[in-house]
Design a protein around this ligand. Structure first.
Ligand code: ARG
Length: 360
């Protein structure tokens, strides 16, 4: 067990310090880590290790097309926080700082790691900002993807407003105590009302989405240390909203309504009304975020940025691993170079991992 931890730690320390041009410090740091593991069963990352480790984890995220910017990640070290109140405040602070009035900053906040395989801090939300979903006689209202978690919130005493875009509360669990639930102040959550550059009727659909995509349910593993609460964000790629969240049949399923606004004939698949509706919906997303001055990237630009990432990594003689089926955008995939390449989907450490939901 302890040997396994030391081996993972060693592998990370060697790579980290080599990349940071501090190879001369490796042996003394390893001695230190070995001692700490023998005395306490674990070891503590320095700020430099945590920061570079988190950046490496982003760089190694095979599903992410946005990895060109891995080295610009802002890392907030909140490992010392033990009170629910201060952790909640720190999550709200993350939302404010990362949103940055629309000029989104890629950011991660790292809380205390697991001890002997046990979570010290766990965020139950899938993302810090997410819309509720309610099962009703008339079908689902809101985001179908949130139905289960919304029920959990209600069991914990939260009352939603049964709207299409109700922001879910933060749910935080410390060790094995009862989860704590807290509404996020409305004023710190930036949202964008969707309109279309040409079609005036589009805004009558009353669609919107939030500015900050901040995944909060994955763990970050660096050198054998598991950070079970380490919420991170980048900015949105338009298709995530326009071709998935608002378009998927098992999400907001808006293509029929968009088609109707544009007077598209939906009587035959071969009229390609879904494809045309997708393009208009995605134009509306990009146009509205740009108009609201909220960072967003279209999928063609993102693919070009990914190509630059691949070139940079090649130059540094690091292999780029990737998951093709996630890297290709959901609209016009073959119009990007990614579609025409193969990617090796091998897992490299450090990395981010799915965790079993704590409710269920
Ligand atoms: N696809 C997720 C969503 O639509 C967000 C995943 C992270 N995305 C990002 N651009 N960093 O909410």
């Amino acid at each position: 067990m302890l040997n396994a931890l030391f081996d993972k730690g060693k592998k990370f320390i060697v790579q980290c310090y080599t990349e940071k041009n501090k190879a001369e410090m490796i042996s003394s740091r390893l001695t230190e880590i070995e001692k700490e593991i023998n005395e306490t069963g674990s070891y503590t990352h320095s700020m430099m290790e945590l920061e570079h480790g988190a950046k490496m984890a982003w760089r190694n995220s095979n599903k992410c097309i946005g990895r060109l910017f891995w080295d610009t990640l802002t890392v907030r070290d909140k490992r010392h926080l033990t009170e629910a109140q201060e952790i909640i405040e720190s999550l709200e602070q993350h939302i404010v700082e990362a949103t940055n009035k629309g000029k989104i900053k890629p950011m991660i906040t790292v809380f205390a790691p697991q001890q002997k395989g046990t979570d010290q801090v766990r965020i139950w939300n899938h993302q810090l900002v997410r819309y509720a979903g309610y099962e009703t006689e008339l079908g689902i209202i809101g985001d179908p993807m949130s139905v289960r978690f919304t029920e959990v919130c209600e069991e914990l005493g939260w009352e939603g407003e049964n709207g299409h875009f109700d922001i879910l509360p933060l749910v935080l669990q410390l060790k094995d105590s009862e989860p704590i639930l807290r509404d996020i102040p409305k004023k710190i959550i930036m949202e964008v009302d969707l309109e279309h550059p040409e079609n005036d009727q589009f805004k009558d659909l009353q669609l919107k989405w939030y500015a900050l995509p901040a995944i909060s349910d994955m763990s970050l593993e660096i050198g054998g240390i598991v950070y079970s609460a380490a919420p991170f964000n980048g900015w949105y790629m338009g298709t995530e909203i326009g071709a998935r969240n608002l378009a998927d049949q098992d999400r907001y399923n808006m293509l029929p309504k968009v088609a109707s606004i544009f007077d598209l004939d939906i009587s035959r698949h071969s009229f390609l009304w879904k494809d045309r509706a997708l393009v208009e919906l995605n134009r509306a997303v990009l146009y509205s975020y740009q108009k609201a001055r909220v960072s967003i990237v279209d999928h063609h630009t993102a693919a070009e940025q990914f190509k630059r990432f691949e070139r940079n990594e090649k130059e540094l003689e690091r292999e780029v691993t990737g998951n093709w089926s996630w890297l290709i955008p959901p609209i016009s995939p073959a119009a990007t170079h990614i579609f025409h390449h193969n990617y090796n989907d091998e897992l490299i450490m450090p990395n981010f991992f799915y965790q079993k939901p704590p409710y269920e």
